[in-house]
Design a protein around this ligand. Structure first.
Ligand code: ADP
Ligand code: ASP
Ligand code: MG
Length: 407
């Protein structure tokens, strides 16, 4: 008998029929003799609807604690419905909201972090032979308010709960049957990956592969939780996320991710003297605007230079306004903002020992006439910023160039 955590995403619980299908999958594990804790998302589309209602009333000004109160509601509905479906199928089950566990959060609202999860209440229910059906995405703050973990946060709830329960595995059921070499909805030649390292999955997720929330992978890596990504619609094994020691041979490039969440800012005629970068990036950091890729060009006249960097698309308007206000004090001639960019990244632990990955990327894009606007690299990834119109072409060409195409 093992203790398993299963998580079902929005599409898997999109309507009462699918919830009953999920109940059958849970029942199968229970019938095999396992203890099961199930983490559920809101029914597909529900969280977006709740966010829209908040925005309709007071976009940009609302109290984040009340935002969390509203958006956490979707998961409450699913956990109750799944508990009802399980009991109807003869499986004893009860729902748990974040505050009932309690899943204690830190760091404010809307993107709260998990502080700790006392496991007693969940363990008691499991030991009494019940399935614990847990609302993902939500917890309770230090101030006793409902708090949520950021979009896609049910993945993180599930992995963290698997960690504190010492579960044998955390199965993330979703609408694809595993992690692919690139988003299978963008490229039909994407291939399913049987095993992927925590590190690669962490990079892919943070670079835009939303199949797992980035923080869920970080928690899994830290606590060595075995995670499997698999389909709730098809009965076949998925992708295992594991330590590097469990993978015999790795490809140089494991996957390609894209992110449409970044925007580009170009500063022209910037004073070329010490302290200017601090004068620009200091105020951005103070305004809580994250900067990702940065390129500074060599000064041609010895007096001024230009600078390109990316910020989150959601912060673009704020960043532009802030930089415009710094023009005269810092010495910037022009601030241009461009939201029509996409970041494409190639990821693989094999890059550590193989040269030439970046070169293949640059050559492939140039052969297609795709201009690179910014570059950033780390030990196991290379990212480029390109015009968003070329996104699909870039992904397809790179996928072929690194030998990832399914035959
Ligand atoms: P859920 O609602 O179950 O949490 P998500 O929509 O959050 O599901 O995540 C699943 C989606 O992730 C897939 O439908 C797929 O389009 C997308 N995705 C992006 N990159 C990848 C990838 N490399 N492999 C698999 N799926 C990916
Ligand atoms: N329902 C939340 C969202 O849509 C959390 C999740 O699905 O993981 O972001
Ligand atoms: Mg998700």
């Amino acid at each position: 008998m093992a203790l398993l955590v299963q998580k079902y995403g929005g599409t898997s619980v999109a309507d009462p029929d699918r919830i009953q299908n999920v109940a059958r999958l849970v029942k199968r594990a229970v019938d095999e003799g396992h203890q099961v804790a199930v983490v559920v998302s809101a029914m597909a589309g529900t969280t977006n609807q709740l966010v829209n209602w908040v925005d309709e009333i007071d976009a940009g000004h609302f109290d984040p604690a009340e935002y969390d109160t509203v958006v956490a509601a979707g998961e409450q509905v699913t956990s109750g419905l799944l508990a009802i479906a399980l009991n109807k199928q003869g499986v004893r089950a009860r729902s748990f909201q974040g505050w009932q566990i309690p899943l204690l959060t830190e760091g404010g609202h809307a993107k709260a972090r998990i502080g700790s999860i006392p496991a007693d209440n969940l363990k008691r229910a499991l030991d009494e032979g019940q399935v614990a059906v847990i609302s993902g995405f939500q917890g309770i703050s230090e101030a006793g308010r409902i708090a949520t973990l950021g979009r896609g946060g049910s993945d993180t709830s599930a992995v963290a709960i698997a960690a504190v329960l010492g579960a044998e595995r955390c199965d993330i059921y979703t609408d694809v049957d595993g992690v692919y070499t690139t988003d299978p909805r963008i490229h039909e030649k994407a291939q399913k990956i049987d095993r992927i390292t925590y590190e690669e999955m962490l990079e892919l997720a943070s670079l835009g592969a939303k199949v797992l929330q980035t923080r869920s992978v970080a928690v899994a890596m830290q606590h060595r939780v075995r995670v499997q990504v698999l389909s709730s619609f098809e009965d076949k094994p998925g992708t295992l996320v594991v330590g590097e020691d469990e993978i015999m041979e790795s490809n140089i490039v494991t996957g390609i991710a894209h992110s449409r969440d970044e925007a580009k800012i170009t500063l022209a005629g910037v004073n070329d003297k010490p302290g200017v970068a601090a004068g620009i990036f200091g105020p951005l950091a103070e305004a809580n605007i994250n900067v990702d890729m940065i390129v500074q060009s060599v000064s041609s006249d010895g007096a001024t230079t230009s600078m390109t960097f990316t910020v989150g698309k959601a912060d673009l308007i704020r960043a532009k306004a802030l930089l415009d206000s710094l023009k005269s004090s810092v010495g910037i001639e022009r601030v241009d903002a461009d939201g029509n960019v996409v970041k494409i990244s190639v990821v693989g632990v094999g890059m550590r020992s193989h040269a030439g990955v970046a070169h293949t990327m640059f050559r492939t894009l140039s052969e297609r006439g795709i201009n690179i606007q910014a570059i950033s690299t780390s030990e196991i990834k290379v990212s480029v910023l390109i015009a968003s119109d070329y996104m699909e072409l870039a992904i397809r060409s790179l996928h072929a160039a690194y030998g990832l195409d399914a035959s």
